[in-house]
Design a protein around this ligand. Structure first.
Ligand code: BYC
Length: 495
């Protein structure tokens, strides 16, 4: 292991005047874990089970590789991470909370304005625990979903990014397990153990939320997942960062810092795929983006296929917001456990007694927009904020296509397209937003979602490129390397 990393430095690292991350402890932390022996022992008992889970379910075939990873050494945005080679099972997963904001109050709901809770409010214990467990469950789930991807990495740069995302999802699990074990006693310890036992996609004991039981079989899925599904992570973490339960808020605030890189990996991964496609089309003199047979012969992903892939990931991720109209969500908000996106910046009473919110629903076979009590429409609102937040990257992808002079635009399908949860579950809605019958859906769905031929083609592209500086035909090299390293740097030293 290189010495230029603080990963193994056995001393405290001061990141700013207030927050010190202690790397001398078995579990790195900035929560003064050593002062609470019982908690420390409980977490140290969980740690080997976690590492066993990582070795069993983490990246397959690369556990001994030296990976150029960043490790959080503080929570100061100006300099919170260090880079160096690490073998993943030796990664220093730690507990990091954003600094406490003195005088912070509960931002929303019936307790608005009261001091934020430092301990679990008894009357909301089970609701709070459920929110933390659902958040926690997604983190190991995504590592499990992505565990086979190393073998087909399109470059060492991409492989390293995959592993970076994976170890940070592992750290996010630690962040939630800390809250469960510290604040929920024996129940919390049992939940922490159960988090290591559920398995993505397993019939008997699956992960909690639908999208986290889907497969991530190829790199295009990975990039779409990190753009669209990690963005659900961003939105949910932002809503939980508004929690009146201060330890949850502080955990989520720091997790959001790490999440930004995951979104970057997704956006640039899809963007580089588009670049390679457009460049190959132009070189071959192909102007029609629907001339897919000719385009696929060039070893790149045709744009209509990218649209179908995006349609799948967008619709599955929209289901993660729960039912648009939800009494669970109303209660989480009213209790002050989960806010809205940017709660503190919204200019209303933050209690929503009389407010309404427009929600799309299907009534008598037609899509209508109804005003619904805003409290019950909390999920719907977060979903709308999410859809708006997705648009930025899509516009940037379209710029790449436009600059290459190709007549094609990626778009978001209608909110009701391909939904299994909420107002549109059980309906057939086209990407354009028409309510259609089952027959029409069956006839068209291969045009709207990846079909068997698409999946076979994508699988055929997934040939490993594991030499420094080598990139697969279907993806352009990045403009910049990681941490100012060149793009042909040996980001992963394969054992
Ligand atoms: N699949 O009233 P409802 C991330 C369940 S991603 C299966 O409709 P509610 C990440 C629901 O649990 C962010 N089940 O919705 C990204 C409930 O069951 P219980 C994860 C579903 O409760 C990439 C029942 O249906 N964080 O971080 O208002 C990589 C009725 O629920 C689904 C969070 O989600 C589904 N899609 O809201 C790594 C935040 N949807 O409890 C990480 C915490 C709903 O009756 N979670 N159900 O047994 C929450 O805020 C809420 O639990 C939800 C659901 C928004 C998920």
């Amino acid at each position: 292991m290189s010495t230029d990393t603080l990963v193994e430095t056995p001393e405290s690292v001061r990141s700013d005047a207030f927050v010190e991350v202690n790397y001398a402890d078995r579990i790195p932390n900035n929560v003064d874990l050593a002062s609470d022996r019982q908690l420390q022992r409980a977490l140290e008992a969980w740690q080997p089970n976690y590492v066993d889970w990582w070795k069993e379910m983490g990246p397959e075939g690369f556990q001994d590789a030296d990976v150029y990873l960043r490790t959080a050494v503080g929570v100061d945005p100006a300099g919170w991470a260090k880079f160096g080679y690490v073998k993943m099972p030796e990664y220093r997963w730690g507990i990091l909370l954003a600094p406490k904001v003195e005088g912070r109050t509960i931002p929303c709901g019936r307790h608005k304005g009261e001091p934020a809770w430092q301990e679990v409010p008894g009357e909301y214990r089970s609701l709070l625990r459920r929110l933390i467990v659902v958040q926690a469950d997604t983190e190991p789930a995504s590592v499990e979903q992505q565990r086979w991807l190393g073998a087909t990495a399109p470059s060492l740069y991409d492989m390293r990014n995959l592993f970076q995302v994976n170890v940070e999802e592992g750290r996010h699990l630690w962040a939630m397990v800390y809250l469960l074990v510290k604040h929920f006693g024996r129940d919390g310890r049992e939940e922490a153990q159960a988090l290591l036992e559920r398995r993505s996609g397993q019939q008997d004991n699956p992960r909690i939320l639908g999208a986290f039981n889907e497969k991530t079989p190829d790199w295009l899925s990975f990039f779409m997942f990190t753009y669209f599904t990690d963005r659900d992570g961003k939105m949910q973490l932002a809503a939980l960062a508004e929690s009146g339960f201060d330890p949850l808020s502080r955990s989520c605030r720091f997790m959001l810092t790490e999440e930004a890189h995951h979104l970057f990996v997704g956006e640039t991964g899809v963007g580089r795929t588009i670049e390679a496609t457009c460049a190959a089309m132009n070189k071959a003199g192909i102007t029609d983006p629907y001339d897919t047979a000719a385009i696929r012969k060039l070893g790149v992903v045709d744009l209509p296929l990218l649209q179908r892939k995006a349609n799948f990931h967008m619709s599955v991720t929209r289901d993660l917001f729960g039912s648009e109209i939800s009494s669970n969500a109303a209660e989480a908000f009213s209790a002050g456990l989960k806010g809205r996106f940017n709660e503190a910046q919204l200019s209303d009473d933050h209690q929503l007694h009389d407010a309404t919110y427009p929600v799309m629903r299907v009534v008598d076979g037609a899509i209508v927009t109804e005003q619904v009590p805003a409290l019950r429409a909390i999920n719907s609102r977060l979903l709308d904020d999410y859809i708006a937040d997705c648009q930025g990257g899509i516009e940037r992808w379209n710029k790449i296509i436009e600059k290459a002079g190709i007549d094609f635009r990626l778009t978001q399908p209608h909110k009701g397209f391909n939904r299994r949860i909420g107002e549109f579950a059980g309906q057939h809605i086209s990407p354009a937003g028409e309510v259609i019958g089952a027959e029409m859906w069956a006839a068209q769905q291969d045009e709207w979602l990846p079909n068997a031929q698409d999946l076979r083609f994508i699988a055929s592209l997934m040939q490993p490129c594991h030499q420094p500086g080598e990139y697969a035909s279907w993806i352009a090299p990045p403009r910049l390397g990681i941490n100012k390293q060149p793009v042909d740097y040996e980001y992963v030293k394969i054992a």
